[in-house]
Ligand binder design. Structure first.
Ligand SMILES: Cc1cc2nc3c(=O)[nH]c(=O)nc-3n(C[C@H](O)[C@H](O)[C@H](O)COP(=O)(O)O)c2cc1C
Length: 180
């Protein structure tokens, strides 16, 4: 009888563990500006999914000077490989749903997000991209992310960086739609 109870408890424990693993969601993003527009969208996604947020960190941080970021960003995007990023704190293998966000830089992803995509094969996961942008809109962002990450879902989310404070309902709606 004691053995039986132990077996049932072990079975239940395994079920809880596998259920928790399956529903795990990671939200990766890069954000440069002081306002942290992309970070704010990432946090809204985390709120709606119960997921974990992590910023992709370049080994060499970008200058806080706009003119210098423009120069370095443009140079890096012209090269085939972006500069190195730090290893993630979270273990990617533990997540089966991954959201990835970037500010739009020169009509595409910011270099740290490109580095991440060049280094990681996300096949077999559910991957959703989002971005924040200025007047140029998402431009080539979704096309370019799809090229580096064929696992990307077709429906992404984008918004003006200046609109993030009032974007919560739209983020919620999008998350609910894609997580169905
Ligand atoms: C280096 C750089 C390049 C940018 N290029 C574009 C662009 O091509 N098109 C656009 O709409 N916005 C562009 N922006 C504006 C950002 O995409 C926008 O402000 C974004 O919301 C910033 O997000 P963050 O606060 O997460 O850094 C650029 C900003 C920077 C710093």
């Amino acid at each position: 009888m004691r053995k039986m109870i132990l077996l049932v408890c072990f079975g239940l424990f395994c079920c809880v563990l596998s259920g928790a693993e399956k529903s795990k969601t990671l939200i990766l993003y890069y954000s440069w500006s002081d306002a942290g527009n992309t970070r704010q969208v990432a946090e809204l996604i985390a709120k709606n999914t119960g997921g974990v947020c992590e910023k992709i960190m370049p080994v060499k941080p970008y200058s806080r000077k706009y003119s210098e970021v423009l120069k370095r960003g443009r140079t890096e995007l012209k090269q085939e490989k972006s500069s190195p990023i730090k290893p993630l704190k979270n273990d990617l293998r533990k997540f089966d749903v991954i959201f990835i966000g970037s500010p739009v830089w020169f009509g595409t992803y910011a270099p740290p997000v490109r580095s991440f995509l060049q280094q990681n094969d996300l096949r077999g996961r559910k991957v959703f991209f989002f971005c924040t942008h200025g007047k140029g809109g998402p431009a080539n962002y979704f096309k370019d992310t799809k090229k580096l990450c064929p696992a990307a879902a077709d429906t992404g989310f984008s918004c003006y960086g200046t609109h993030v404070k009032k974007i919560a309902p739209q983020v919620k709606e999008w998350v609910e739609k894609v997580m169905k």
